[in-house]
Design a protein around this ligand. Structure first.
Ligand code: FES
Length: 242
């Protein structure tokens, strides 16, 4: 039997398995810590920084920090909610996100987080970058305008030998997602769907299939992101808006 350890998040006592990451343990304890690049069953990357929490006064990513016995984690404090809102705003301004025309609208985690944090107009200037789309794959359409570079697709969509279908090319601020053309040519419908479902936004879309489910009836149209995890009705601390 795996060893259990106790720790707290915002004063609430939680139980974790030894070696478990804070984010995973939080979700199992019914506490929602916002995240974007993390995905259940996929090795964490710690790239989006949305899951930032405070431990002993230091900011740490909850998805990559293992729980330690007696650890006191702060999450829903104004400073971190403000930081999370800023990250969401920055993601919107550094890409080209046109939610009303996006197939992923209502199923998009970035859009859902913007609603949750009551983002209005971002406080940062829009960059309106020029991004290429890639429709060369038989099954998938890649729209880099919406990519938030979370690497979920790179980490989760692999062939039987563990080779990833997706990769990054270019560097630093210019980094872009690309799809291995040879692997993409043999991609099954199931894997193409998994790739679309893995993407938290609408950067990876199935071809010849769209708007099957009308906007207004999709997952986050019906419930705010995280509410399926939270055991108690949550109130985002709106002090960040004041
Ligand atoms: Fe932890 Fe993205 S979810 S850094």
């Amino acid at each position: 039997m795996s060893e259990k350890i106790k720790f707290t998040i915002d004063g609430k006592e939680c139980i974790a398995k030894k070696g478990q990451y804070i984010l995973e343990a939080a979700l199992e304890n019914g506490i929602y810590i916002p995240f974007l690049c993390n995905m259940k069953g996929v090795k964490p990357a710690g790239s989006c920084r949305l899951c930032n929490v405070k431990i002993n006064g230091r900011n740490m990513t909850a998805c990559t920090t293992p729980v330690a016995a007696g650890m006191e984690v702060e999450s829903e404090i104004p400073e971190l909610q403000e930081l999370r809102l800023s990250i969401i705003e920055m993601l919107f301004v550094e890409g080209n996100h046109f939610c009303p025309s996006c197939e992923k609208s209502g199923n998009c985690e970035l859009q859902a987080l913007a609603y949750k944090f009551q983002m209005l107009v971002p406080r940062f200037p829009y960059e309106f970058p020029i991004k290429e789309v890639d429709a060369s794959s038989p099954k998938l359409y890649i729209d880099r305008n919406r990519c938030i570079k979370c690497k979920r697709c790179i980490r989760n969509i692999k062939d039987e030998n563990g080779k990833s279908y997706f990769a990054f090319y270019k560097r630093a601020h210019d980094v872009e997602i690309c799809l291995d053309k040879e692997l993409a040519a043999t991609m099954s419908d199931e894997l193409a769907q998994k790739a679309m479902d893995t993407c938290p936004v609408g950067a990876i879309l199935r071809k010849e299939k769209g708007f099957d489910q009308p906007i207004g009836t999709r997952k986050f149209d019906k419930q705010a992101i995280g509410t399926d995890i939270i055991s108690v009705v949550e109130n985002i601390n709106m002090e960040v808006k004041e």
